[in-house]
Design a protein around this ligand. Structure first.
Ligand code: CUA
Length: 298
């Protein structure tokens, strides 16, 4: 919000800064008047009683009309900003569908027909239309540098524009309390040049061949036998295709590297208590094999 990196965030930033300066002005004015009153009354003699004021129509009208005008001005600017940055009521086909889950984000690119989770990519400078929904409770999608908060309400899809002026990695959070791991429900937006974005899409659209030998093959066997596949190939759990490309694990609770993934697989609740991901009682060697499979090691 303080470093706006999209036209939408810039509009919100302008509104916030305008409101802040108006508040500073009013605060300064009131403080100055209080000190003026103190200074003036100290100059008067001790037995002087201040004049009682009542029934002054002009004064009463003034203190009703002036705040009303201030509030109306703020209202008009707020509505104008919302109108400028929000999609219309029926904005058409979304580029990306984001579904909130306790406590992770399902991300779908309907045109390319693939799913991913917790990290979404957008091309720099292009306005993407997001459809936001929830599979369970109310969540809220907020990437402060890029957009306003928008709730994910079960059964009531909301739309949001997502755009970034510069290439970069923009961190975001769930901004609506949604249970134990609300704070562990982070999202990453990666804005990259069109070519990189298309290359990323291409990688995620390709089917992944089952590895035939080595630790990854053992990992694949465990992946199917230990029923990981049941949740992770349905909407019950995050899609894991090309997991190695993601920056974080567990929806932002830890950096994505081989050792962290092994530790996560051995005991997810150590890092994210309450997560639906069960502790499968894997040995280190089993978790390492699974990690090699999921990270696409040769
Ligand atoms: Cu999801 Cu808070």
């Amino acid at each position: 919000m303080l470093q706006p990196s999209s036209p939408q965030a810039l509009a919100i930033h302008g509104l916030s800064v305008g409101m802040l300066w108006l508040s500073v002005f009013i605060f300064g004015l009131v403080t100055a008047l209080v000190f003026f009153a103190i200074w003036r009354s100290r100059k008067l003699s001790k037995d002087h009683l201040p004049e009682r004021v009542h029934g002054k129509t002009k004064l009463e009208v003034l203190w009703v009309v002036v705040p009303l005008l201030i509030v109306l001005t703020l209202f008009v600017f707020t509505v104008r900003t919302m109108h400028a940055i929000d999609p219309a009521a029926d904005p058409g086909k979304p580029d990306i569908i984001v579904t909130g889950h306790q406590w992770w984000w399902a991300i779908e690119y309907p045109e390319k027909g693939f799913l991913t989770a917790n990290e979404l990519h957008i091309p720099v400078g292009k306005r993407m239309l997001l459809l936001l929904d929830s599979a369970d409770v109310i969540h809220s999608f907020w990437v402060p540098a890029l957009n306003r908060k928008m709730d994910l309400v079960p059964g009531h899809p909301n739309y949001l524009y997502l755009q970034a002026d510069k290439a970069g990695v923009y961190p975001g959070v769930c901004a609506e309390f949604c249970g134990l791991q609300h704070a562990g429900m982070r999202i990453t937006v990666v804005a990259e040049p069109e070519a990189d974005y298309l290359a990323w899409q291409e990688k995620l659209s390709q089917p992944v061949a089952a590895p035939l030998e080595g630790p990854a093959a053992e990992g694949f066997r465990l992946y199917t036998e230990r029923t990981c596949i049941t949740c992770h190939s349905s909407s019950a759990g995050p899609d894991l295709k090309q997991l190695a490309l993601r920056r974080t694990l567990g929806s932002g609770v830890m950096e994505n590297n081989r050792e962290n993934l092994i530790q996560w697989l051995m005991d997810p609740h150590r890092f994210k208590p309450g997560s639906l991901m069960p502790n499968l009682g894997l040995t280190y060697a089993e978790a390492a094999a699974l990690s090699d499979y999921l990270r696409g090691a040769p």
